[in-house]
Design a binder for this molecule. Structure first.
Ligand code: 0X9
Ligand code: ZN
Length: 300
């Protein structure tokens, strides 16, 4: 079992996923979303109570140092499997859940054994290491808040989808895109709910519906502990940024709803969020995910 009073290593997270799949073979299976530069698997979990269901897709840990993101995703998995709450049980039953807690495994390991604030993957470029995997997706690649300097934390890579992690995960998503109703990407920090797009402040696609659903969801999030969130598209709420996963799934795959969460906090601890905030962060985030699904039915 997984406790939510501390952060876990990649090895422990993967072992836990394997254990769940072994214990509940009828409903849970291991899925492999791709491969890493250092040869690891991007391991995730599929929860399904039968064929023909629409899907929710969740990815986190694309930025290695944002440890609260995989921790929150693990909590969501745990709730979907073990919760007695009727709404959560219904959500678990009614959707197929495809969940990848750590989409940058090489970087995640490096943030444990090398440098705690590591963000990128671990591909070497001369003396430098790593591409920002949330700048490498093939949508407006290199246009905003990204560069071609391997020493930068926002190095976009030598080309769009140059990185095996982003490329292989995108292929996995593409194969199942027409069943995805909701796509979630967890990051930290700032307490911001972001919707596409990162290249313009124009309210594009289903911006107004996505904002309405997002506001209700952040109301549900704040209800538990009062945690305030800002909501907006990426460009208006934080900064212009392109080549991100959420923009790519929205623009290229036309996923109806795609959100990126910047989880707690608002700067006091930043990426070094103390372990005693894992549980409250996870609980309030779970509340909001359930609310998104509820609201999406009304606007879907
Ligand atoms: O800059 C980023 O990649 C994200 N902020 S972070 O501080 N976690 O690095 C925001 C990007 C928003 N878009 C997506 N997540 N797709
Ligand atoms: Zn991030």
């Amino acid at each position: 079992t997984m406790e939510f009073d501390n952060y876990y290593t990649l090895e422990d997270i993967y072992a836990w996923l394997e254990d769940l799949a072994a214990r509940f073979p009828e409903t849970i299976s291991i899925i492999i979303g791709g491969t890493t530069y250092e040869g690891r698997e991007i391991k995730g979990i599929k929860i399904s109570h039968g064929p023909g269901r629409r899907a929710v897709f969740i990815e986190s840990g694309i930025h290695a140092r944002e440890w609260i993101a995989p921790a929150t995703t693990n909590f969501i998995i745990n709730e979907l499997v073990f919760s007695d709450d009727e709404e959560i049980k219904a959500a678990a039953r009614d959707f197929d859940w495809y969940i990848f807690p750590v989409t940058n495994p090489d970087g995640y390991i490096w943030s444990h054994v090398g440098f705690r604030l590591w963000r990128k993957n671990r591909r070497p470029f001369g003396n430098e290491f790593g591409v920002d995997l949330n700048r490498n997706w093939n949508d407006n690649w290199l246009k905003e808040s990204a560069n071609l300097n391997p020493s930068s934390n926002t190095y976009a890579g030598p080309g769009p989808f140059s990185e095996i992690e982003a490329r292989s995960l995108s292929a996995y998503i593409t194969d199942m895109a027409d069943k995805i109703d909701l796509y979630l990407s967890f990051h930290s920090s700032g307490q911001i709910l972001l919707l596409p797009f990162g290249n313009t402040t124009e309210p594009l696609a289903n911006y107004y519906d996505a904002m309405k659903i997002g506001r209700r969801a952040m109301g549900a999030l704040a209800f538990r502990y009062g945690t305030p969130y800002t909501i907006g598209n990426i460009a208006e709420a934080i900064y212009f940024a392109t080549g991100t996963s959420v923009d790519w799934v929205k623009e290229r795959l036309k996923i109806p709803l795609a959100y990126c969460y910047e989880l707690r906090d608002r700067g006091q601890y930043g990426h070094l969020l103390p372990p005693d905030q894992i549980l409250p962060t996870s609980e309030e985030t779970m509340d909001s995910v359930i609310e998104i699904l509820f609201q999406a039915k009304r606007y879907g």
